[in-house]
Ligand binder design. Structure first.
Ligand SMILES: *Cc1c(COP(=O)(O)O)cnc(C)c1O
Length: 361
């Protein structure tokens, strides 16, 4: 059996050359006569691997010295809570732009620690657009403004960085980090669970402006403190070493591909190809998101007749196109087309969709 094109939303497809390299060095890594999973995280080989991963990530995203890079655990979900714990006083105001299911979850998980306010929400219109720039007012006393640059379930993406004034901007980049260049200096915190566009699950990449590490935040154990993690090089305890190593291989692969400007070009072209397949289907397929807010990473679409869903899923899987079932909150289908999905995969899906519509139209 050959590897198929995998459109899973996460854990998601990884670059094949990265998987091949990991297989190649799985048993004996870096002259250690053991695998990367079996050596001390404090040993010379792993420390070098960890430092190289950070250096490559810094080069890719052009992360300035003003920002620390942390490699943490807990998934993005834990950081919905850990961010207010670290940078907000108990019960302090915190603003949220709510543009989908993940923004909603970030908002509600912050409630034990802060007083969250939806500075803007697109819930009333079914999470099919981003709010008009300038339509929200940030509370100047807010600890931060949180938003979700790409809503993985609803397929809604900000293609501009929102203006938060003097209030630190916090972005949950779980499903879009590394898909394109971003102006890191405009952010207080950028964070992402790795399993969409970075590497395997179990790892969170968090980029934090150093002055925010000096905020007293709220009572918390050291393990929950970003300042302590920064001081200890993200090794306060045993980090997820294999996930960190694999993310490092992905960073090297991205640099070989020409970096994030090249990835942005490819991702834009892939998304365009898929939206063309939907919009050009004469209503057989439909994506409800406003054109300006359509995601480059997650493309939800419905079939004109939901009775055809089961056949679509069965036949697409048989054609080597995996994991197209949509999230239950939205229904229909969803194609996740992260960095590691080549244009050939998107083209194969577009061809399948046209053929399916012809046969069932
Ligand atoms: C997947 C996802 C999450 C949740 O990530 P976990 O690592 O499972 O906690 C949060 N936010 C966004 C935008 C996501 O795509």
């Amino acid at each position: 059996m050959a590897r198929a094109f995998n459109f899973s939303a996460g854990p998601a497809t990884l670059p094949e050359p990265v998987l091949r390299q990991a297989r190649e060095e799985l048993l004996e890594w870096q002259g250690e006569r053991a695998s990367v999973m079996e050596v001390s995280h404090r040993g010379r080989a792993f420390v070098r691997c960890a430092e190289e991963a950070e250096a490559d990530l810094r080069a890719l995203l052009e992360i300035p010295d003003s920002h620390a890079v942390l490699f943490l655990q807990g998934g993005a979900t834990q950081h919905f809570a850990q961010i207010p714990l670290n940078i907000a006083a108990p019960g302090q105001a915190a603003d949220y732009l709510v543009t989908g299911a993940w923004g909603q979850k970030a908002f509600s998980e912050a409630k034990p620690y802060v007083h969250p306010r939806a500075a803007a929400s697109t819930e009333a219109t079914g999470f099919t657009d981003v709010p008009e720039p300038g339509s929200w007012e940030v509370d100047p006393a807010a600890a931060y403004l949180h938003y979700t640059p790409n809503e993985t379930i609803h397929g809604v993406e900000f293609h501009e960085v929102p203006d938060s004034g003097e209030v630190p901007l916090v972005g949950d980049f779980s499903s879009t980090l590394l898909s394109r260049p971003i102006p890191v200096s405009r952010f207080g915190i950028i964070y992402a669970g790795a399993q969409k566009n970075i590497g395997p699950s179990g790892l969170v990449v968090l980029i934090v402006r150093r002055d925010l590490l000096e905020r007293s935040g709220q009572a918390r154990a050291k393990i929950l403190s970003y300042a302590h993690q920064a001081k200890e090089g993200s090794m306060l305890n045993t980090p997820p070493t294999f996930a960190w190593y694999l993310a490092g291989l992905v960073f090297k692969w991205l640099r070989q591909q020409g970096g994030l400007a090249a990835m942005a070009e490819r991702n834009r072209a892939k998304a365009e190809r898929l939206y063309q397949a939907i919009d050009g289907s004469g209503g057989f397929y439909r994506n409800p998101v406003a054109v300006r807010a359509r995601s480059w990473m997650n493309v939800p679409f419905t079939l004109h007749d939901p009775a055809l869903d089961a056949a679509f899923l069965r036949e697409s899987e048989a054609a080597g196109l995996l994991a197209l079932k949509g999230h239950r909150a939205v229904g229909g289908m969803r194609a996740s087309i992260y960095n590691a999905m080549p244009m050939e995969g998107v083209q194969a899906l577009a061809d399948f969709m046209a053929d399916f519509a012809r046969r069932h139209g």
